[in-house]
Design a protein around this ligand. Structure first.
Ligand SMILES: O=C(O)CCC(=O)C(=O)O
Ligand SMILES: [Fe+2]
Length: 354
């Protein structure tokens, strides 16, 4: 993870294996995985009749794009999340990646263990964000890889089985390369800033792919797939790898379930982009819940800013002269994220100016 390479996670049990041993309705689940908040907070399936906005990239690219631009502005300002359709990434590239991710996680533990994270590194097979022995744990395993730039790839963690996995990862990385930059242009334009405002910052495009495996749990209301957090990065493109839903976003204090249909990306704004845009774009808290009967797999492609930058509101987004966030070096910001518990909103709140 750019800037966070020296930060690892404490080793914890493999959840896919653990789930096999406690798959009955009354089976004992280890205390560290029990999350009372999983069932105590209200979950809604729509927000005043609405789901997250659907943005059509073809429409944005067409000469009559103004209506879609208005939708994009509202998506960035009020939702922090949207579904992206007609995104131009070939179906075959996505299908190949999905197939190989599924095949990777379905192998026996020994085959996956070859790619286990090393101390002080987040890359590889294991967990993220485990800092203490008393911390509550998520009901998930992950494989995290830095995919771009290509010279940042650490091939020790790139599985050779399934045999086509490396090729699929490479194709996915190159086919998604220009997508975020294109979105950055439309997003800036949608709020009245120069379209190129964000391009310099993301031009090197450090990107990491987090593939997350959520085993089923018959007592799914007791465990949490991924704890509530906001993404620290600029932008995330989320792909639901199999057909099982589980993503929820915070909306007015309630958890709204988000569907990620086949063929669409779920795009979400991260903390870095909220600050750069002086709060015009929102980074929204989200979590993933567990299905009682079916495994779930997702793949989050994180877009990081350039490594040596200071994150601060860009003048293009501070038209009225009021700067809403303190500056912070990108490395400090990442270190805060990777060394604290998932308290995303507080981290951002701390930088807010009155
Ligand atoms: O699996 C999901 O739906 C969410 C994953 C996520 O939030 C993340 O990888 O940051
Ligand atoms: Fe996330």
């Amino acid at each position: 993870m750019a800037g966070a390479r020296a930060i690892g996670s404490l080793p914890v049990p493999n959840v896919q294996e653990l789930a096999k041993t406690c798959n009955g309705p009354d089976e004992h689940i280890p205390e560290r995985y029990i999350r009372p908040e999983a069932s105590s907070e209200e979950v809604i399936s729509n927000y005043h009749g609405e789901a997250i906005p659907i943005i059509d990239l073809n429409k944005l690219l067409s000469p009559q794009s103004s209506e879609e631009c208005v939708k994009l502005r509202s998506a960035c300002q009020y939702w922090g999340f949207f579904q992206l359709i007609n995104h131009g990434v070939p179906d075959e590239v996505i299908a190949n990646l999905k197939r190989d991710i599924v095949d990777f996680f379905s192998q026996p533990l020994d085959a996956k263990k070859e790619y286990t994270q090393l101390p002080n590194s987040l890359e590889g097979y294991g967990q993220a964000l485990v800092f203490s022995e008393d911390q509550k744990l998520d009901w998930a395993d992950m494989l995290y890889l830095q995919v771009h730039p290509s010279d940042s790839r650490d091939l020790r963690f790139w599985p050779t089985s399934p045999a086509s996995f490396r090729r699929s990862l490479d194709a996915y990385s190159s086919e998604t390369k220009s997508l975020a930059l294109c979105l950055f242009e439309f997003m800036a334009k949608a709020v009245g800033a120069k379209p190129e405002s964000l391009l310099g910052i993301f031009e090197e495009q450090p990107r990491g792919l987090r593939m997350t495996y959520y085993p089923p749990c018959l007592q799914s209301d007791k465990v949490m797939g991924i704890s509530p957090h906001s993404d620290v990065v600029g932008l995330t493109l989320l792909l639901q790898v199999n057909d099982v839903q589980g993503l929820q976003i915070k909306k007015d204090g309630k958890w709204l379930s988000v569907d990620a249909p086949n063929g669409a990306f779920i795009v979400n704004i991260g903390d870095t982009l909220e600050i750069l845009s002086n709060g015009k774009f929102r980074s929204v808290e989200h979590r993933a819940v567990i299905n009682p009967n079916k495994e779930r797999i997702s793949a989050s492609l994180f877009h990081y800013p350039c490594e040596n930058m200071v994150i601060r509101p860009l003048t293009e987004f501070v038209k009225d002269g009021k700067v809403n966030y303190r500056s912070i070096s990108y490395l400090d910001f990442m270190t805060q994220f990777f060394t604290q518990q998932l308290d995303g909103k507080n981290r951002l709140e701390m930088l807010k100016l009155e």
